[in-house]
Design a binder for this molecule. Structure first.
Ligand code: GCU
Length: 595
């Protein structure tokens, strides 16, 4: 293969042209539709110098005459699982950052009155999609779904689908150049071929009114601007059957009262079958109904103040050293959180897969979901702001019918600045343009001890834009105690609910002794740290929730210690092999004693 272009040029080109041309917003509730899975073994080519596109390998050409030759073939080479990251599938790809081409063939039963869409649950981090030799779409963002209509592009048999995936970190990306988790690359979630009627139910938003316990608000959007189309919403168990007509935009909205509604809660995660149908389409799923709002320094769930007993976890199965993607993975992670006594999960630091979100709702966890606005984002860059807005809209659009979703998080540990404030206000508006019912929050690491006043304080006026203020504070780890924990008084975000969204410290499972030495990495020191922080929490007057960092040890390329870390962040309450550390039992007792 002749190198027709310099490596730098092709890399710059690839960054300049990765946008969302061709990728459409994913239709709501894909799992409740008629789809053919394209998961399984795919062919792959590692393209370290980004030469595949210039050499049009997506054409998958085969030599015909005596003089033809091609220095690539998707057949008979590397095979990788989809979904899954590539880093955990091949030892030589553990640290790989660059381009990998995926490809597979598929047949399809085309039907004259049906439409076909290629759906990707997520591709990390940017990708271009090629079908039968033609580029049909792109997407940027490693944690949200997208789809591309292929109705007029597919053949009945032997369609060739190629996906060019690149996970190289860039300054203008979200997240950007350095973040404390593994930069997994690949087609990391489900790939489906979704079949719909010509005019289908594209989107719906069906949730309880923010404040009223018996009023359901519903908005349905058809795929076409078909006016006067009858839409039906049924909730059989509540004897609800609403018939409405679409307007010129193909939209139908209605609010209706319900009797004897059992509102969803962590203790009683009641879900109802909801059926949305039109003359040509019918989609159904389980939906829950609850109210959540803030009054003063309290968070109210279904008219009662609630204390959020939370835990954070990354989308990772440590024993597999890979990104979580399946229902079985969700069961493993959420079962451990349930055992810990949690009623909430902070899904750090990006939208996680739908299996996790839907199962969390079924099991009774409130959820905090966020996009990875993690520390050093290029807040001055308008393109980056646009991309972040895209990502947060894709997250809200996907999960807006999940009553478990209580918080949209817009940032993690950002530093005060005018560009940051404008950027985050834009993200908040992107959320509210779709959903005004949920609480907006963000996590800050700006709390400092004021020696004159002898209290912990924080100075970032931006918190007034939020419903709930969240603070990451690593007392006993990154910050040593300026006073004893029982004297650690906070005066932060008075008048607003405060959540400790991260606290904790590292311990290597099985390492004991040295209960007062930070660098021991011992379970005993981690236990001391937890006891001290739980003591401090008693002296935060507006504390309404805690989220320990983190459920289990997770992989991170900037955790260098050769024996204590080895590319692992050891703040887990559970080790990378699934063993509970001493601090797990301290946290369990704390949550069990909160009624
Ligand atoms: C930060 C950050 C986490 C990180 C943690 C740590 O608060 O939000 O993503 O993993 O600190 O340093 O362990």
């Amino acid at each position: 293969m002749k190198l027709r272009t310099t490596i730098i040029t092709s890399f710059i080109l690839s960054c300049l042209f990765f946008s969302d041309i061709g990728a459409q917003e994913s239709m709501i509730n894909v799992y409740g539709r008629n789809y053919q899975s394209l998961n399984g073994k795919w062919d792959a080519i590692v393209d370290l110098y980004d030469q595949g596109r210039n050499n049009k390998i997506f054409l998958n050409k085969k030599p015909e005459g005596k003089t033809d030759f091609y220095e690539y073939s998707f057949d008979g080479g590397l095979r990788v699982n989809v979904p899954s990251d590539w880093n955990s599938q091949l030892p030589e790809l553990k640290y790989y950052e660059g381009t990998v081409w995926y490809a597979r063939r598929f047949d399809v039963q085309k039907e004259a009155d049906k439409r076909l869409f290629l759906y990707f649950g997520a591709v990390s981090y940017r990708c271009r999609i090629y079908l039968n030799g033609k580029e049909i779409g792109q997407h940027e963002g490693g944690f949200t779904p997208f789809q591309i209509e292929v109705t007029d592009l597919v053949k009945d048999t032997d369609n060739f689908l190629a996906v060019e995936v690149n996970n190289t970190r860039t300054v203008d990306a979200i997240p950007a150049m350095a973040f404390d988790w593994w930069n997994y690359g690949g087609i990391t979630r489900d790939v489906f071929l979704v079949k719909t009627p010509k005019t289908f139910i594209q989107d719906y938003f069906i949730q309880l009114d923010k404040y009223k316990a018996d009023k359901v608000d519903a908005r349905i959007q058809l795929s076409e601007k078909a006016a006067n189309t009858s839409i039906e919403i049924e909730i059989p168990e509540l004897k609800v059957k609403q018939t409405l007509k679409t307007d010129n935009e193909g939209v139908a909205s209605v609010s209706f009262n319900v009797k004897k509604l059992e509102r969803w809660s962590p203790e009683s995660p009641k879900l109802y079958k909801v059926i949305v149908s039109s003359s040509d389409d019918k989609v159904e799923e389980m939906i829950g109904f609850r109210n959540i709002w803030v009054k003063g320094e309290d968070v109210y769930l279904n008219d009662k103040p609630i204390f959020l007993k939370s835990i954070s976890f990354h989308e990772e199965i440590p024993q597999r050293k890979g990104r979580a993607f399946s229902e079985a993975d969700a069961v493993m992670l959420l079962s451990e959180a349930k055992a810990l006594g949690c009623n909430m999960i902070r899904l750090a630091h990006y939208p996680q897969n739908e299996y996790t979100v839907r199962l969390a709702e079924k099991m009774g966890f409130l959820l905090w979901e966020e996009i990875p606005i993690w520390q050093g984002i290029d807040f001055k860059n308008e393109d980056t702001k646009f991309k972040a807005g895209n990502m947060i809209k894709e997250m809200v659009m996907r999960d807006k019918n999940r009553c478990a979703l209580a918080f949209w998080g817009v940032a993690n540990e950002t530093q005060p600045s005018e560009p940051r404030n404008e950027f985050l206000k834009y993200l908040i508006q992107c959320c509210k343009d779709i959903d005004t019912t949920r609480l907006i929050t963000a996590a800050f690491d700006l709390v400092r001890f004021n020696r004159d006043r002898q209290v912990f304080v924080m100075d970032d006026p931006f918190i007034k834009e939020l419903d709930v203020v969240a603070v990451n504070k690593y007392m006993g780890w990154y910050h040593q105690w300026p006073v004893t924990p029982d004297k650690a008084i906070w005066d932060v975000a008075k008048g607003q609910p405060l959540i400790i969204s991260e606290f904790g410290g590292e311990a290597l499972y099985g390492k004991t002794g040295d209960a007062d030495i930070v660098s021991s990495w011992s379970e005993d020191y981690q236990a001391t740290l937890y006891r001290d922080n739980l003591e401090m929490f008693k002296h935060i007057p507006n504390l309404r929730g805690t989220s320990s960092w983190v459920l289990s040890d997770f992989r991170s390329p900037f955790r260098f210690h050769p024996t204590n870390q080895e590319d692992w962040n050891r703040k887990g309450l559970v080790s990378d092999q699934g063993y509970r550390k001493k601090a797990w039992y301290i946290m369990k007792e704390y949550y069990d004693n909160i009624k």
